[in-house]
Design a binder for this molecule. Structure first.
Ligand SMILES: [Zn+2]
Length: 224
């Protein structure tokens, strides 16, 4: 398991894991052993998981709010990568010519995961937004973060783990947050929370993340 974050509250805790680790026995055991523990699985590559972790840690949130922010975060994230080969990338699948070019040893590909497209690495700076972003980058082997757009370099947060390999020999990847941590969190939590009908934890979700009980329709209306 590559990334595992836990946010501990006085009564309840949240565990943030990568989507692929959702069924990890270690996580399942932890959740089963602690009734007050909610799990959030984050889709996407490792830097997106790390960005989610960073947003939660930088915000002073209760456990229920952590779950809501983590689940609502993906639309605020953009992931880009430079790869030495795209032959093993499943989503988005490389176009045929990109696939063929990947077989050559000297090629490099830019990947815009949000738009689901490949482009030349030199074109990456054109598509990567510069304002109000945070970056987490994770180079592997020979590829360095220099291959990524330098616009937000001063705000880089380096990830000490290897990046998602993408099945390539060399890869570097970054995830940007569109907006400041404070603004994004405020936007996600702009609606009022209502106490869970069962365990009283304030939540904006239709299914309580802690006790799993579906909320009454009036609750959902109040929080819609
Ligand atoms: Zn509940």
């Amino acid at each position: 398991m590559e990334q595992l974050a836990t946010i501990d509250g006085p009564e309840r805790s949240v565990i943030v894991v990568a989507e692929k680790d959702r069924r990890n026995p270690q996580v399942a055991r932890a959740v089963a052993a602690h009734p007050g523990l909610a799990m959030v699985s984050v889709p996407g590559p490792l830097t997106a998981v790390a960005m989610t972790d960073l947003v939660l840690r930088e915000s002073d949130l209760g456990a229920a709010e952590c779950v809501e922010v983590a689940r609502a975060l993906p639309p605020f994230l953009r992931t880009y990568a430079v790869l030495s080969s795209a032959t093993k990338v499943e989503q988005p699948a490389p176009p045929f010519l990109t696939y063929l070019a990947s077989l050559l040893p000297w090629t490099r590909f830019g990947l815009d995961l949000h738009e689901g497209r490949y482009l030349k690495p030199v074109d990456l700076p054109r598509v990567v937004p510069e304002a109000g972003v945070r970056i987490i980058s994770a180079p592997t082997a020979r590829f360095s973060t220099d291959l990524l757009p330098a616009g937000a370099a001063a705000r880089d947060v380096a990830l000490e783990l290897p990046a998602t390999s993408w099945g390539a020999r060399h890869a570097v990847e970054c995830t940007l947050l569109i907006g400041s941590v404070e603004d994004v969190v405020a936007q996600i939590l702009s609606r009022d929370a209502v106490a869970c009908v069962n365990c009283q934890v304030p939540t904006r979700l239709s299914l309580c993340p802690f006790c799993g009980v579906r909320q009454a329709p009036e609750h959902r209306k109040a929080s819609a």
